[in-house]
Design a protein around this ligand. Structure first.
Ligand SMILES: Cc1cc2nc3c(=O)[nH]c(=O)nc-3n(C[C@H](O)[C@H](O)[C@H](O)COP(=O)(O)OP(=O)(O)OC[C@H]3O[C@@H](n4cnc5c(N)ncnc54)[C@H](O)[C@@H]3O)c2cc1C
Length: 721
């Protein structure tokens, strides 16, 4: 009996099985956003291993992937460190604590709404207080997580409901009822998507959106399939060409719009000259404007798709009954003050104050999750003012528009075999008007159809009287269906959205406009003074403009707030540098390095000219150097942003390193084997690093009055006293 029970444990895994298991777990880790064989920048920041790049790191990656895979296998159970220890090979046990703590702190495991996660919330909050502005997915995710960490939390929300840009409206009449998602709707990429985890915890069966999407001409006649395929192929080719162009143009492409480039390439390639092909081509442009909630004429050619490498794999799905089911579960037990629009956020060394018309909320820290549109309008005043760098990024990034018309009909006259269909327009300026229809008949509880309005049409739609909008959309539907003998009845109820006029968002979602880059999302995420934090879809470089991006940003900031609070609460510990502030300072310092060669840059300690004095070295690992024209005939794959690693050397060593021949690889080898230093993340630089950074910041700020002002304004940067 005893033997039998232990049998399973005793059975040794053969090496091939172990390799397979490691591989499968690496795939699961990759789907969640962790590189298969290396660390994320977040992990490097957190100092999960003592030495980068060696055996310890390789083993850590195996352990981290194992923990992720174990929790994803059963997202309803709390995975304890003890349980992980039981299933890990003995040679990896020493790494469990670092991996487990990291994954738990930043919300990669044990998050969500399952009873086991709720049970882990301490009955009494003993850690410092946080006021969260906004009860969208970012705010709710952060609130739940901070409560689980033992923080006192309140959420202040301008609307009278949670969810923000995720809003499911109950539509009803004539015996029909349906749940219409007027904002965020499609849960994209189920393999890694954390909202898929919440759905699993709630036992919600998701509906996979089927690929088939027939298109109809302006009069309603079906588009010929061959023509459809041909133009789709041409369109994709032009996108590939545009990518090659930007590689060739390098920095110049930063100031060029994707739309201008595509139009130029279309002319040059003599593509879509025929009127119907032109309409088809315009339909694809509208689809791109929908994906980016922005006019192609404003989207950055260089960076519009910078988040592509992080796209979540797997099916795109609807949540039956609407996303309100996710929101309601996330909002349960979270103390939200509804109907309170925040006009001012004050922050300083003693804490924060969040001001509404009739109430002031005081706390140790604040998390601001208001949409980019609200920041752009300066509807919230920050005292002291945010660093100029933050507002510059706010202004650079784009915040575009997508609108919807939701229609509840007496019957689903469009049938049950389709989830989407589209229509072409004969006027390019109106190419986004009702260009795509989503059927929610299978998931909303009733015969619900939603028409999308993207691009320029979405802007004009904000001013269109609802009756006119409904007449137009019904005209489109009747054009398609009536020639086929299908009667299109009047809808029972319709709703037109106006996301652009909504004073609590002023638009739909963010995009990378001309002049902006992925770095601007990082800047938006930067916290200020260790008291004021930022989350929301426009603060995530990897997953912007999505529901899961917003959710993940909330978990991220909960981790950052908890770490900051822990450092502050423990006098024995040197307060942990605010990660983003540190990033800001370093990136400013390296804008003007003293020496720059290949992917290396060096700044010297300004207080000494001695060859043996300190120098700070940065190595960019990844795609800093763009491919040269002609390097490859293949379409370049989107690359993740480069990784920045640092070390301290002397001036003399920096000059010697510059003279090493044979390129960056040889220099790296020289650095590690001859100079004998370790490359670390920005938080691993230690007190010598801090001292040189402080000295540099001070010497440069005294030269640059603007920088000096930033320093005085809001202890926004690393303290140099
Ligand atoms: C029409 C539309 C379609 C979309 N489709 C999809 C999709 O299919 N798939 C997908 O993944 N994503 C989609 N998105 C994007 C997704 O909905 C958002 O990225 C995500 O919901 C943003 O969450 P958030 O928490 O960052 O912001 P929000 O949800 O906007 O939350 C911010 C909260 O702050 C509140 N607030 C603002 N100002 C103040 C103030 N001054 N005082 C107090 N409270 C304030 C707001 O009311 C809001 O509740 C869509 C969005 C829209 C608009």
């Amino acid at each position: 009996m005893f033997e039998k029970q232990l049998g399973a444990l005793r059975k040794k895994k053969r090496p091939v099985d172990v390799d397979k298991e490691v591989d499968v777990e690496a795939m699961i880790g990759a789907a969640i956003g962790f590189p298969r064989e290396s660390l994320t920048e977040e992990e490097i920041e957190a100092g999960v291993v003592a030495t980068l790049g060696g055996e310890e790191q390789a083993n850590y990656v195996i352990v981290r992937n194992h923990i992720l895979a174990r929790w994803r296998d059963n997202v309803n159970a709390w995975l304890s460190e003890q349980r992980v220890m039981e299933s890990i090979r003995s040679q990896h046990k020493s790494l469990v604590s670092a991996a487990y703590t990291f994954l738990l702190s930043y919300g990669y495991i044990n998050f969500g709404v399952a009873p086991a996660m709720r049970a882990a919330i301490p009955a009494e909050a003993t850690r410092c207080s946080v006021v969260i502005v906004g009860a969208g997915l970012a705010g709710l995710a952060a609130a739940r997580q901070l409560r689980a960490f033992g923080h006192k939390v309140v959420v202040v929300e301008g609307r009278h409901r949670p969810g923000g840009r995720v809003y499911t409206k109950r539509m009803e009449g004539g015996g029909q009822v349906a749940a219409a998602d007027l904002g965020g709707s499609v849960v994209t990429g189920m393999h890694g998507n954390p909202l898929g985890v919440i759905a699993r915890q709630l036992g919600l069966p998701l509906h996979k959106i089927r690929d088939k999407c027939p298109l109809y001409q302006p009069g309603g006649a079906p588009v010929n399939e061959d023509a459809d395929l041909k133009v789709e192929g041409q369109f994709n080719k032009l996108l590939d060409l545009a990518s090659k162009w930007r590689e060739e143009m390098d920095k110049v492409s930063d100031s060029i719009a994707l739309g201008t480039t595509l139009e130029h390439l279309r002319h040059q390639g003599d593509v879509a000259r025929d009127p119907q092909e032109r309409q088809l081509f315009d339909w694809h442009l509208a689809n791109l404007e929908y994906a980016n909630a922005g006019l192609l004429s404003n989207l950055s050619l260089a960076y519009w798709d910078q988040d592509d490498p992080y796209e979540m794999g797997g099916d795109h799905c609807f949540v039956p009954g609407g996303n309100v089911r996710l929101v309601a579960a996330l909002a349960e037990d979270v103390p939200v003050f509804y109907g309170k629009t925040v006009h001012t956020i004050r922050y300083g060394s003693s804490g924060v104050q969040v001001l509404t018309a009739d109430q002031i909320f005081e706390a140790d820290m604040a998390l601001c999750t208001v949409p980019l549109g609200v920041l752009k309008k300066r509807s919230v005043t920050f005292e002291p003012e945010l660093p100029p760098r933050k507002y510059e990024a706010v202004d650079r990034l784009g915040f575009g528009l997508l609108n919807k018309v939701a229609m509840l009909f007496p019957v689903a006259f469009w049938g049950s075999e389709l989830d989407t269909f589209g229509q072409l327009t004969d006027t390019p300026a109106r190419r986004g008007e009702f260009f795509l229809f989503y059927s929610y008949a299978a998931v909303s509880g009733g015969p619900l159809l939603i028409a999308l309005v993207a691009g320029e049409a979405a802007i004009n739609f904000e001013r269109m009287p609802p009756l006119e909008a409904i007449q137009r959309v019904l005209g489109v539907l009747r054009g398609i269906y009536q020639p086929r003998g299908v009667v299109v009845p009047d809808p029972i109820q319709t709703v037109c959205t106006r996301w652009g006029s909504d004073p609590l968002c002023f638009g739909s979602y963010s995009n990378v406009a001309v002049g902006a880059s992925g770095e601007d999302y990082d800047i938006l995420a930067e916290s200020v003074g260790g008291r004021l934090f930022f989350a929301g879809e426009a603060t995530t470089r990897r997953y912007p403009a999505t529901m899961h991006g917003a959710f993940l940003s909330g978990l991220r900031e909960a981790g950052n707030i908890a770490a900051q609070a822990a450092a502050r609460g423990s006098p024995a510990q040197v307060p942990r540098k605010d990660i983003q502030s540190y990033a800001t300072v370093l990136s400013d310092i390296f804008r003007e390095p003293d020496v720059d060669f290949g992917n290396f840059a060096v700044v010297y300690d300004p207080s000494s000219q001695d060859p043996s004095s300190c120098a700070l070295l940065r190595v960019v690992i990844g795609n800093k150097t763009k491919a040269r024209p002609g390097d490859s005939t293949e379409q370049p794959k989107p690359q993740p942003p480069p990784l920045h690693l640092y070390t301290m050397i002397t001036r003399q060593q920096a000059l010697e390193l510059r003279e090493v021949r044979g390129g960056d690889k040889k220099r790296l080898l020289y650095l590690c084997s001859r100079v004998g230093v370790k490359l670390v993340g920005r938080r691993g630089l230690g007190s010598r690093g801090d001292a040189i950074i402080a000295a540099l910041k001070w010497s440069r700020s005294t030269k640059d009055p603007a920088a000096a002002q930033v320093q005085v304004l809001g202890d926004a940067l690393v303290s140099c006293d």
